[in-house]
Structure formats: structure tokens, C-alpha cells
Design a protein around this ligand. Structure first.
Ligand SMILES: Cc1cc2nc3c(=O)[nH]c(=O)nc-3n(C[C@H](O)[C@H](O)[C@H](O)COP(=O)(O)OP(=O)(O)OC[C@H]3O[C@@H](n4cnc5c(N)ncnc54)[C@H](O)[C@@H]3O)c2cc1C
Length: 451
């Protein structure tokens, strides 16, 4: 299904400006019959449509996300936004060159929108994605410094990012005033307004209406369980059963309680998808928000958006042996995958390699032991990076260690599916090792815990 739906969705996205282009052209074939008239219009229509699409994408439509996964979806969001801004730049250059004394109000609306888009795109690339900082260590150091000094954090970046809506409104006015008051064409005005209305309604639904509806039937925290001094599991329950989810997926949680911000944060689901009476997430205290989790009391309300993610798709869709590789709190999706397998395929060959600094971080020991009792072909190998006295695997997950452990436990790198979750650097290094082991990239699945 994915193989068909992904190209269909991409094609739909690429072709989405066509109705606007066709209607604008047909409304005035004389004006758009020459390259001089046609090109700026086509560029403008494509930029407009794809900027409106960004509004829909930013609302994380699940019916599209489920074919790509949120990481890939957000990368697409970043790249297509840059593409739309580049198109609007060329549209503006051509319009300025051709219509030197174009109506100032309309030009200015477009110009202001352009400046906002460019500014916010730069900030978002820097603060919200790893796309720039991954390749430029100097920028990575600046971001780390600003985050450490609490000058900027992820949620402030989201707040600033939301100003894009202002630029979208300006772009809409730019096109609306031109088509309604100067071109005076109801068809052109209508098609551009429809694009805007769909995108805007979807955005408002996601950001406001859905949250208000969810508040009518919120989840309640029924247990806050300490797994280790800085890792806690929240067990959540609501009147209706939890939504259907697949093992390995995650949700965005918004806690409505005193003493904690109501911003939403993503966490992988750690409960068993076969038992939807409760839903649990396990959270490591790393910053302002997560360090408030231990103080949370039962009965606090929560709103959940999800599930999202495609990390565990290969578990449900294939019968292949599985190699689960976790780093630190990256164990969370794995525990749900294992609980699910216990019900659906307990004889599956599964090996879990879990890299943590010390024994204190090895949470879920009882659950893993219980799973091992029901799953005869499950192997668990803890790998401790900072415990020299540990009587087992030590250090990090290197190429040599992976090759040795896989060979020893008779896992075939060409046939297994590999599911990886952990800190970005660890994941990058594991993925490189797997590629060196000739693992096909279609068999490597990973989830990045930083968006
Ligand atoms: C798909 C996914 C699944 C995750 N699953 C788990 C899990 O099961 N258990 C767990 O402990 N952690 C998980 N995380 C990480 C968790 O979301 C962050 O640790 C948490 O949001 C940090 O918030 P903070 O304010 O305490 O820390 P900060 O110090 O403010 O943030 C640390 C980092 O967390 C990320 N982050 C912060 N706020 C947000 C936000 N609102 N939305 C998205 N990312 C944010 C940013 O990359 C930031 O650099 C997951 C993250 C993602 C993307």
C-alpha cells in the first residue's frame, strides 16, 4: 500500500497548483498567452499553492503521515517550504521586472510576506531541525550555547515558527485583492480563496478545535511510576478506550495540570497495543518540561494527539527476524514492540541490543524478564558504556561489536529488519555500521527523538 500511496501523494502535491494555473489562464488567455505573462503567473500560483500546503502539513495530517513517518514528513515540510520561497522569489523578480509600476499595495503585501517567510525559514532551519547544524559544527556550537543558556528553546522556536501564519495571511491578501479588486475575476478569486480556506480551516481545526474537543473527554493520569530516579512512566486512562495504535508509535501529550506547561511533547508509547484500557509513556527527565514529570500527581488531565510514526511497520508487515537496537531512553518504542510480539508472534526471533551508560539506566528489567519467559527466541544483550566492572558487553555499539554479536547469535544482516532508536549520534553510527554490513537501507528503520 505504501508503495502506491507515497507516489500518489507526492504526485497530488506536485500537481496541486494546476487548477489555479488553469483557471487563471482560461480567465484571461490573452494576458497569459505569452511567456512574459505566463511564467510569473505559473511561478506565483505554484508558490501560493505550496505555501498553503505547508499550513496543512504543519497540522500533521495523520492520513498522510502514516505513509511516511513524522521525521520524513517534517523533512519534506522543510524542503518544500524552501522550494516555495525560492519560487516566490523568482515570481517577485519577474513581476518587478515586467510591471515596474505595479500596484504598490499588492507588491508590498507580497514583499512583507516574503521577508517573514525567509526570516522564519532561517530560524526554523537553525533551531528546529538538524539539517544545518548537522553539517556545520560552528552553528551546532552556537545553538547548543543558546539552548544551554535558555535563551532559546524548542517551544519558543515553535512559537516563533507559528508567525508563518501571518505571512500566509499576507500572501492570501496579496492574491485576493489583486483578483477581486483589480482583475475583478470571480473564478480566479474563487480558486485561490478555496485553497486558502481549505488550508486555513485544517490548520485551525488541528490547533484549536481538536484540542477543545479532546478537552471534553481528557485522559487522566492514573499512575506515575518511578522506573529510575530520572525516568518515570505515566499511565493514562480515559472513559473510552485508547485509540488504536501500532507498537513503536508515539503520541504528542499535553498535560493540563498545575506546575507544568500545557505545551505538547512527543513520547513513544510503552504500553501493549493489545490492551487499550490504558496507555503509558515512559519519560526521561532531561529539561524544563520533563523534569516536572516526577512531581505530577494522579488525576492530572492530559490530551493526546496521535498515534504517529512508522518505526514498527516492519514488525507487523513481515515475518523476518528482528534486531532491535536502543540507546538510553530509546528503549521505549522497543518495549511496546516486544509486548506486541508476545501476543501476536511469540516465537519470532528477536534480539535486543541496549546501550546505556550504567546498570542504573537499565529500566524495565522485570518486564524484559517476563517477556523472555513467553518468547523463547528472544535474546536481550545489555551493553554498558561506562561500567568497567560489568560482566557482559561493554563500550559502545561499534561495527565490530555488531558484526560479532549478530554472527554469534546467528542473525543474518541481509534478512533481518533493524529497528533503531536512541541519541542522534549513536543512531548515525549504528546506521553507518549496518550499511558497512551490507544491510539494505529498506531494512533499517529508525526514530529520531529530536524533531
Ligand atoms: C518521536 C519522538 C518520540 C519520543 N519519545 C520519547 C520517549 O519515549 N521518552 C522520552 O523520555 N523522550 C522521548 N522523546 C524526547 C522528548 O520529547 C524530549 O526529551 C522532551 O520533549 C524534552 O522536553 P524538555 O523541555 O524537558 O527538554 P529540553 O531541554 O527543552 O529539550 C530537549 C530536546 O527535546 C526536544 N524537544 C523539546 N521540546 C519539544 C517539543 N515540544 N516537541 C518536540 N521535541 C521537543 C528538542 O530536540 C530539544 O532540543 C521523543 C521525541 C520524539 C521526537
Amino acid at each position: 500500500m505504501d508503495k502506491i500511496m507515497r507516489p500518489v501523494i507526492l504526485l497530488g502535491y506536485l500537481l496541486s497548483p494546476l487548477p489555479a494555473i488553469a483557471i487563471t489562464f482560461l480567465a484571461n488567455p490573452t494576458a497569459y498567452g505569452t511567456m512574459k505573462g505566463l511564467l510569473p503567473m505559473v511561478l506565483g500560483a505554484a508558490a501560493y499553492t505550496w505555501l498553503m500546503a505547508e499550513l496543512v502539513i504543519s497540522a500533521r495530517p495523520k492520513f498522510i503521515e502514516k505513509y511516511f513517518g513524522l521525521n520524513q514528513f517534517y523533512r519534506f515540510h522543510a524542503l518544500t517550504a524552501i522550494g516555495a520561497i525560492v519560487l516566490s522569489f523568482f515570481h517577485k523578480q519577474l513581476e518587478d521586472a515586467i510591471w515596474r509600476d505595479f500596484i504598490p499595495l499588492i507588491s508590498n503585501l507580497g514583499n512583507y510576506a516574503f521577508v517573514i517567510f525567509v526570516g522564519l525559514a532561517g530560524l526554523s532551519l537553525f533551531f528546529m531541525t538538524g539539517m544545518l547544524i548537522r553539517h556545520i559544527p560552528f552553528l551546532a556550537a552556537i545553538r547548543q550555547f543558546l539552548e544551554k543558556k535558555r535563551i532559546v528553546d524548542f517551544n519558543l522556536s515553535i512559537l516563533i515558527h507559528n508567525f508563518n501564519i501571518l505571512a500566509i495571511l499576507l500572501v492570501f491578501l496579496h492574491v485576493f485583492i489583486l483578483s477581486a479588486f483589480y482583475q475583478k475575476n470571480i473564478w480566479i478569486c474563487g480558486i485561490y480563496t478555496i485553497y486558502f480556506a481549505i488550508a486555513f480551516a485544517y490548520y485551525v481545526y488541528h490547533k484549536r478545535v481538536r484540542i477543545s474537543l479532546e478537552k471534553l473527554s481528557p485522559y487522566r493520569v492514573v499512575e506515575v511510576r518511578e522506573e529510575s530516579p530520572n525516568v518515570h512512566t505515566l499511565v493514562l486512562k480515559r472513559r473510552m478506550r485508547s485509540p488504536k495504535y501500532k507498537a513503536g508509535q508515539f503520541v504528542f501529550i499535553r498535560l493540563l495540570a498545575d506546575g507544568i506547561s500545557s505545551e505538547e511533547h512527543p513520547f513513544s508509547i510503552t504500553s501493549d497495543p493489545n490492551d487499550r484500557s490504558t496507555l503509558s509513556v515512559t519519560i526521561k527527565s532531561v529539561g524544563d518540561y520533563t523534569s516536572k514529570i516526577p512531581a505530577l500527581t494522579t488525576n492530572a488531565s492530559a490530551i493526546i494527539d496521535g498515534p504517529y510514526g512508522v518505526l514498527g511497520n516492519s514488525v507487523h508487515r513481515t515475518r523476518s527476524e528482528l534486531v532491535l537496537i536502543a540507546g538510553g531512553i530509546g528503549i521505549t518504542p522497543m518495549i511496546s514492540i516486544l509486548k506486541d510480539l508476545r501476543h501476536k508472534d511469540p516465537k519470532r526471533r528477536v534480539i535486543l541490543l541496549w546501550n546505556v551508560p550504567t546498570r542504573a539506566e537499565l529500566i524495565f528489567q522485570n518486564q524484559l524478564a517476563a517477556l523472555a519467559r513467553y518468547m523463547p527466541n528472544f535474546t536481550f544483550i545489555p551493553i554498558l558504556s561506562r561500567d568497567k566492572n560489568f560482566n557482559g558487553e561493554k563500550g559502545r555499539i561499534t561495527y565490530e561489536k555488531l558484526a560479532r554479536l549478530l554472527a554469534h547469535h546467528r542473525y543474518q544482516s541481509r534478512h533481518a529488519h533493524f529497528i533503531i532508536c536512541g541519541p542522534t549520534r549513536m543512531m548515525d553510527s549504528v546506521i553507518d555500521s549496518l550499511r558497512d554490513l551490507d544491510v539494505n537501507k529498506k531494512r533499517i528503520h529508525f526514530e529520531n527523538f529530536s524533531m
